[in-house]
Design a protein around this ligand. Structure first.
Ligand SMILES: [Zn+2]
Length: 312
């Protein structure tokens, strides 16, 4: 069995074993850590159909319940005013273009949280989302959304100025396939923006299977910096900017998971922790910048001149 990012042979046993902290998928899941790139592959490997069964009805990004309340809206707004999207806008603007609104595909767009903010920032947004219920919610908020995945959507080549994987690349069955599809959807001078959990982070090392952003088995691949580099390279992309960054929700969600063994984004203690996490976010963001260690990785990538590298 090979690493999904770099194709290095994986070890015969998992470094982390966990049940589903959201209590949906039965059984144990494991993460095998690649000796080549430090990325983690979730086992067992599954296809899109099985994967769809792993999502609870009230999955936060698909619904307006639980963690999608007013606090989550505030957290999302804070997250989206980060440098990732400002930088994406600059990269896309620098290629010139026709002067119209730049077009952006939001892969794994959920109920349109990101899309509605980016629309307000001047993008023409198309969401792509496999959950029918989430698509319906997004459309009601005025975000154009296609039901499906990069594999099924049959979007025309070279039709977007930007393709965004905002906490979705870790959810797809094969991240390199997804990045290759994204590359083919980009117009000349376009760019991909990526945000994923950071498997290299101190939080992940300290918390192990209680780290909230592990979220087995929905997270299929766990990116280290090297793993993201490898996946981009094999997709014919290269990162022009790549940073560790703090998460808003992390401290509250991991504390809750340590207390109960479950990811339950509700209850008084969670909400108090969430409020504290929002207040401390600017400080944690600055610390992540200064120390080069945060729970997320943010990256901008552009098509590489040499194209897609060959693989085993
Ligand atoms: Zn690897």
């Amino acid at each position: 069995m090979r690493c999904l990012a770099c194709r290095y042979e994986l070890p015969g046993h998992g470094a982390i074993t966990s049940e589903d902290p959201q209590g949906v998928a039965p059984g144990d899941f494991e993460v095998r850590v690649c000796p080549g790139c430090g990325g983690g592959t979730t086992l067992p490997l599954v296809g899109a159909e099985e994967l769809a069964k792993y999502y609870p009805q009230a999955y936060g990004p698909h619904s307006r319940q639980g963690a999608s309340g007013p606090l989550a809206r505030a957290a999302m707004a804070a997250r989206l005013r980060t440098r990732l999207f400002r930088r994406l806008r600059r990269v896309v603007a620098s290629r010139g273009g026709d002067g119209g609104r730049p077009s952006l595909l939001d892969v794994g767009s959920g109920s349109g949280d990101l899309g509605s903010v980016l629309t307000g920032q001047g993008w023409r947004v198309v969401g792509l989302e496999p959950s029918a219920a989430a698509c319906e919610l997004a459309r009601r908020r005025g975000v154009e959304t296609r039901e499906g995945t990069l594999e099924t959507a049959e979007l025309p080549e070279a039709s977007f100025d930007a393709v965004v994987f905002h906490h979705s690349l870790e959810h797809v069955p094969d991240p390199v396939d997804a990045l290759r599809a994204a590359r083919s959807l980009l117009r000349p001078g376009g760019a991909a923006a990526i945000a994923v959990p950071n498997f290299d982070s101190r939080q992940r090392r300290r918390l192990g299977s209680n780290w909230w952003a592990l979220d087995l088995p929905r997270h299929r691949f766990h990116f280290s910096f090297r793993a993201l580099h490898a996946a981009l390279e094999r997709s014919g992309l290269e990162s022009t900017w790549l940073r560790p960054t703090a998460s808003v929700l992390g401290p509250a969600a991991s504390a809750q998971q340590r207390r109960s063994g479950r990811m339950e984004m509700s209850g008084g203690r969670f909400l108090a922790g969430y409020g504290a996490a929002l207040v401390t976010y600017p400080l944690r963001w600055a610390l992540a910048e200064a120390l080069g260690d945060g729970e997320f990785i943010a990256a901008i990538a552009t098509p590489r001149a040499g194209g897609i590298s060959d693989e085993a």
